[in-house]
Ligand binder design. Structure first.
Ligand SMILES: Nc1ncnc2c1ncn2[C@@H]1O[C@H](COP(=O)(O)OP(=O)(O)OP(=O)(O)O)[C@@H](O)[C@H]1O
Length: 346
């Protein structure tokens, strides 16, 4: 299939539409938007309208009055609410290219999809970008974009492997000659880690914590492996005592967070090892040399690279800018015609 762009202008954009964060890349400028994928909806006089999007909406999570609700229009990498997703994408596109471009010709948009997305889910992502003002919309699979953004030799006859751990999904891609030789996505990532911490704290301490609190403690002191020091590294969690219904604070150790994260980490490792079994022998041989490159926010969890290296026996490298690799890769496709063969049909 031939994919033909019109003339790429500085007003065309690449979007990493993530479960946790949405990034927008403008050719010649780089990543111009990097905000949480959150929308605040206000109901007044019987109608609903968007009150805030992105960072402005995220600060409201868990603190809104009854007539305002915050929501995340993506779950596990795919759209759960088309209307709100469109509003969010429209907001970010306008912020990136200006209202004038939207009113005149609209930008061409390259937007990422999880490799495991169904055709219905792909059509929903394409439709959301189109309805949000995209003149033409092209899809790229996330592992491919992540690999390009991480600087892997995707166009060469060398097999390289990328693991992108995002908020909603873990994407694994084995790429050779600009082709996703194997790609899979599992619905486990940073969100499942947050949920596992929340469930652990509720079970062990009878304390209900908010999602922001779970994410904060994960980033501050989460780890995939317990070390002898892990019992002495402690943090504080505030929430609501489930039995008494009053505010309460507990102290938790890194060793406990490691225990809480055991299941999601095991699931991530399982996806990676299963993917290695699917690789063709020649490509697997290349992966032994090059190792695994990790991208996505979840790859910043302490020691997750060590766990993956131990379990696979392969070298594991963290990409230089793990949180923006997918956007950089999708942006590169916009800027360099040589990469256009990586785009996939909707
Ligand atoms: N230092 C850190 N330690 C652990 N997790 C982190 C860290 N920094 C960010 N994260 C987690 O990374 C996730 C967000 O990563 P990213 O922005 O790559 O996901 P996304 O692209 O929005 O999601 P997806 O690709 O699944 O749709 C969140 O769950 C966040 O809590």
């Amino acid at each position: 299939m031939l994919f033909r762009f019109g003339s790429i202008g500085s007003r065309d954009i690449a979007i990493d539409l993530g479960t946790a964060n949405t990034l927008v890349y403008v050719p010649g400028q780089g990543v111009v938007i990097d905000e949480p994928s959150v929308v605040a909806i206000e109901t007044s006089g019987g109608t609903r309208h968007v009150r805030a999007v992105g960072s402005d909406a995220k600060i409201l999570v868990g603190k809104t009055p009854d007539h305002i609700e915050t929501c995340r229009p993506l779950t596990d990498g795919v759209i759960n609410n088309l209307e709100i997703a469109e509003e969010m994408i429209k907001h970010f596109i306008q912020k990136a290219v200006g209202v004038q471009t939207m009113l005149s010709r609209g930008p061409e948009v390259v937007i990422c999809v999880p490799s495991g997305a169904t055709s219905v889910e792909r059509r929903a992502i394409r439709a959301a970008a189109f309805n949000a003002g995209g003149r033409e919309v092209w899809l790229i699979e996330e592992p491919m974009a992540a690999a390009i953004g991480a600087g892997l030799p995707v166009s060469e006859p060398i097999g390289s492997m990328v693991v992108d751990i995002g908020g909603g999904t873990t994407e694994v891609g084995i790429i050779c000659l600009m082709n996703l030789a194997y790609g899979t996505s599992a619905r486990v990532g940073g969100d499942k880690m947050d949920e596992a911490i929340t469930a652990y704290v509720r079970r062990k301490y009878n304390l209900q914590i908010g999602e922001g609190t779970a994410e904060r403690i994960k980033k501050e002191m989460g780890s995939a492996i317990a070390t002898p020091e892990s019992h002495h590294i402690v943090g504080h969690l505030r929430g609501q005592d489930v039995a008494k219904g009053v505010p309460h604070e507990i102290t938790i150790s890194q060793a406990e967070i490691v225990e809480a994260l055991r299941d999601p980490i095991a699931q991530i490792v399982q996806v990676i090892t299963a993917s290695l079994e699917k690789a063709k022998p020649e490509i697997a041989a290349d992966v032994i040399d090059l190792g695994i490159t990790m991208t996505g926010g979840g790859s910043l969890l302490r020691n997750i690279d060590k766990v993956i290296a131990d379990e696979t026996g392969l070298p594991v490298h963290l990409a230089e800018a793990p949180l923006i690799c997918v956007a950089l890769g999708a942006g590169r496709v916009l800027e360099d015609a040589a990469y256009r063969g990586t785009l996939c049909p909707a």
